[in-house]
Design a protein. Sequence first.
Length: 103
Amino acid sequence: MFLARITGSVVSTQKVASMVGQKLLLVEPLRVDEKDASSLKPTGRSFVVVDTVGAGEGEVVLCVQGSSARYTPETKTLPIDAAIIGIVDQVQVAAKTVFNTNK
């Protein structure tokens, strides 16, 4: 699993039938800033993921990759390798809050 921020969406009008109606989002993985452990920073990479929870642009989400992406009822028959499985409210590292949706 990894944390990521939603940076955009992907539209594909031509795709396999099982993917019709699936919401595709672009996410950028996040990591704890090694210089300032009180914040998250982007990694510079991007992934296309299937949204299973109704997330939106700018939100921090919990993603899974590989076969784990097909373990939800919504994704078990899809040809995918990355999915959003949660919207993050808070992240704590060493008893310090590094992300909070209320900030």
